[in-house]
Design a protein around this ligand. Structure first.
Ligand code: FES
Ligand code: MG
Length: 581
C-alpha cells in the first residue's frame, strides 16, 4: 500500500512517528494505520457553499461504513466548493482549481484510493480529471438529482422553469414573486438539478465511462438506494485498491467515445463537450472533432427535460443509465468489452438491466429524434464550435430549417454583444431593430475573455419580440450555455474573441450564414474587409480580479481543447511515483 510508505517505512523510522501521531488524536491507533489496510480518501464536495452536493455530508457516513466493512480506513477531506449558480464570475474557474487541489491532496497524503463525491456540474469532471492525472484507484459516488418539482399542476425541472419564467416575467405575465415561487417549486429536496442539465449529464457520463457502480447516476438524492449505493461504493473502492484497478485501465479512448454517444442519446448538456475533452486529455486519450461529428447522428432515446418531458425520478424509475447503455449496446453503438470499476466489463454490468420502457427510455429503432448529438461547426468566424440539435424546437425547425429549397440553411443579421452586461443594457434598444430573422452573438465570454467561460450564450430575444410570440432566436457565442436551456445555439466558438478569433472582427449588421448540411457558419464579409477590421479591433478583455484568474488565463486553452490548464496535461500517472519525504 502506498500509505505504508508514510506509516511503516523501515527506511525512515525517524519520520514514521511524525506522520502517525496527529491521526491518533481523533482515536485512530498506530496498529490500524500500520496494518497494511487500504487508506481511502473521501473527497467531500458537499458543503453549505455547494447545496447541490450537500447530501454527501450525510452519505459519507455510509461510505465510511462500507470502507470499514471491506477492511479499509476512511479519511474524509474537503474539496474546493463548486456551486454552478452562485459562483461569480463563473463556476468554470473552479473546475481547474478544484482539479489542482485534488491532485495535490491525492499526491501529497497517505491515500491508496479515493471516492469522488459528485453532483453539481463541474464537481464530476474536476474529480475525474484529478483521478486521471494521479492514476490512483478511484470510484465516483453521484449525489443524485432532487425529487421532481411541480408548479401550477405541471412537472417543472430546475433551470428550465427559470428560463421559461424569465420569459413570462419579460412578457409581463408574472411578477417577481411568481418568478421566485416557480424557481422554489423546482428545488424540491436535497440533490442536484433534476433535468438533463450538466449535472445529470456529467454523472451519467461518469457511469458510462465505467467509473461508478451501475445505476448510480440517476438515483435521486433523497431515495434510500442513494445511501445504499454510498455503502456499496465504499466497499468496492477497498477491493479496487487490492486489485490495483486504476483509472488508466478504465479511461480508454473507447470509454470516451461511448461517453460522447451517451451524451447524444440522453440529450445531454453542451458542457459535456469541454468536460469530456478535458477528462480524456488528462487521461492521455485523444478525442477528435471527427469523433463528435460521427456521433452527431446518434438518436435521442431519453425523454427527459429539456429535450423531453420527464425529470430525474422518471429516469430513475425507468432504470437509469444502464437501460440507455443496454439499448445503445444492442444497436451496436457502444464498446461493451471495456473494463469498469466493478472489475467486470461494461457489457457484463448492463446484461441484466431492464429493457427500455418505450416512454421515458425509447428504443434506438423508435427514438424521440433521429440525430441528437452535439454537431461540430466550423467557418470563417471560428475553427470549432458545437450546436445541440436535440433542443431545437419544432417551430424553429419549420420556420427556418425546413424552408423549401433551403433546408438546413439559415441567414440572419448579426447583433453583437460584448459580454453579459452589454447584452442586458442593449437588448431592448429599439435602435438595434432586432426582428425574428436576427442572430444574437455573444463574445468575450470564453475562458480568457470572461474569464472562465460563462453560460451566457443562451440569450433571450428582446421583450417586444417575446410579447409577439418569438420566444427564441438563434445565438452564437464564444462562451457556453446552460445545460438546461433550449435555445438553438452555436456555442464554444474557438478560438474565442479574446484570443483573436473571428468573433472579434464581427460587427452588428453583418449577415451570418449557417448551413447545417455542411456544418458551416460564416459571416458574409470579404477577406479584405476582414483583414482591415482585424488590424483595427483589439480583442477586449477585462482585467483579472484575483490571483487565480490571472494564473488561469496564463495557462488555459480553448473550449475546443476542454479549457484545461494546458501545461497540466503533460503530467500523467503522477501517482506512480511517491512524493519525497
Ligand atoms: Fe448545482 Fe444545477 S446548480 S446541479
Ligand atoms: Mg449549468
Amino acid at each position: 500500500m502506498r500509505s505504508q510508505d508514510w506509516f511503516a517505512n523501515p527506511a525512515r523510522p525517524d519520520m514514521v512517528a511524525v506522520y502517525l501521531e496527529r491521526f491518533m488524536n481523533y482515536g485512530l491507533t498506530p496498529d490500524e494505520l500500520r496494518s497494511g489496510r487500504p487508506i481511502i480518501g473521501i473527497a467531500q464536495s458537499g458543503s453549505d457553499l455547494n447545496p447541490c452536493n450537500r447530501v454527501h455530508l450525510q452519505l459519507a457516513q455510509r461510505v465510511r461504513e462500507g470502507i470499514r466493512d471491506a477492511g479499509g480506513i476512511a479519511m474524509e477531506f474537503p474539496l474546493h466548493p463548486i456551486f454552478e449558480n452562485c459562483r461569480r464570475p463563473t463556476a468554470a474557474l473552479d473546475r481547474n482549481l478544484a482539479y489542482l487541489g485534488l491532485v495535490e491532496i491525492l499526491n501529497g497524503y497517505p491515500l491508496d484510493g479515493v471516492v469522488l463525491t459528485t453532483g453539481c456540474d463541474k464537481t464530476t469532471p474536476s474529480g475525474i480529471m484529478a483521478a486521471a492525472t494521479m492514476d490512483l484507484p478511484a470510484i465516483v459516488l453521484s449525489g443524485g438529482p432532487m425529487l421532481d418539482g411541480w408548479h401550477e399542476g405541471r412537472r417543472v425541472g430546475s433551470g428550465a422553469v427559470i428560463w421559461a419564467s424569465r420569459k413570462r416575467l419579460a412578457a409581463g405575465e408574472i411578477d417577481e414573486e411568481d418568478f421566485i415561487a416557480a424557481a422554489a417549486a423546482s428545488a424540491t429536496s436535497v440533490g442536484h438539478c433534476n433535468t438533463m442539465g450538466t449535472a445529470s449529464t456529467m454523472n451519467a457520463i461518469a457511469e458510462a465511462l465505467g467509473l461508478s457502480l451501475p445505476g448510480c447516476a440517476a438515483i435521486p438524492a433523497a431515495w434510500r438506494e442513494r445511501a445504499q449505493y454510498a455503502y456499496a461504493t465504499g466497499r468496492r473502492i477497498v477491493e479496487m485498491v487490492e486489485e490495483d484497478l486504476r483509472p488508466s485501465r478504465i479511461l480508454t479512448r473507447e470509454a470516451f467515445l461511448d461517453a460522447i454517444t451517451l451524451t447524444a442519446a440522453i440529450g445531454g448538456s453542451t458542457n459535456a463537450q469541454p468536460h469530456i475533452t478535458a477528462m480524456a486529455r488528462h487521461a492521455g486519450q485523444t478525442v477528435t472533432v471527427q469523433d463528435w461529428r460521427e456521433r452527431a447522428s446518434v438518436p435521442l432515446i431519453l425523454n427527459m427535460a429539456p429535450a423531453g418531458t420527464h425529470l430525474g425520478e422518471g429516469f430513475a424509475r425507468a432504470g437509469g443509465v444502464p437501460v440507455v447503455l443496454k439499448e445503445l449496446a444492442r444497436a451496436g453503438l457502444l464498446h461493451p468489452d471495456r473494463m469498469t470499476v466493478t472489475g467486470h466489463t461494461l457489457g457484463a454490468n448492463i446484461a441484466d438491466a431492464a429493457d427500455a420502457d418505450g416512454d421515458v427510455i425509447r428504443t434506438v429503432a423508435e427514438p424521440l429524434l433521429p440525430a441528437a448529438g452535439l454537431l461540430p461547426i466550423t467557418g470563417n468566424l471560428f475553427d470549432f464550435a458545437i450546436l445541440k440539435a436535440s433542443v431545437i424546437s419544432d417551430g424553429f425547425r419549420r420556420r427556418y430549417l425546413e424552408r423549401p429549397g433551403a433546408a438546413g440553411v439559415y441567414e440572419g443579421r448579426a447583433i453583437v454583444f460584448d459580454g453579459g452586461d452589454d447584452y442586458h443594457n442593449r437588448i431592448n434598444d429599439p435602435a438595434l431593430q432586432i426582428d425574428e430573422t436576427c442572430i444574437l452573438v455573444m463574445r468575450g465570454a470564453g475562458p480568457l475573455g470572461w474569464p472562465g467561460s460563462a453560460e451566457v450564450v443562451n440569450m433571450q430575444p428582446p421583450d417586444a419580440l417575446i410579447r409577439a410570440g418569438i420566444t427564441s432566436l438563434p445565438t452564437i457565442g464564444d462562451g457556453r450555455q446552460s445545460g438546461t436551456s433550449d435555445s438553438p445555439s452555436i456555442v464554444h466558438c474557438s478560438p474565442e474573441a479574446a484570443a483573436g478569433g473571428g468573433l472579434s472582427w464581427l460587427r452588428t449588421g453583418d449577415i451570418i450564414r449557417i448551413d447545417l448540411n455542411t456544418g458551416r457558419c460564416d459571416a458574409l464579409v470579404d477577406e479584405a474587409e476582414i483583414a482591415r477590421r482585424r488590424a483595427e479591433v483589439p480583442p477586449a478583455m477585462p482585467a483579472s480580479q484575483t490571483p487565480w484568474e490571472a494564473m488561469y488565463r496564463a495557462h488555459v486553452g480553448s473550449l475546443e481543447g476542454g479549457a484545461v490548464l494546458e501545461y497540466a496535461v503533460e503530467f500523467q500517472q503522477v501517482g506512480a511515483r511517491l512524493p519525497r519525504h
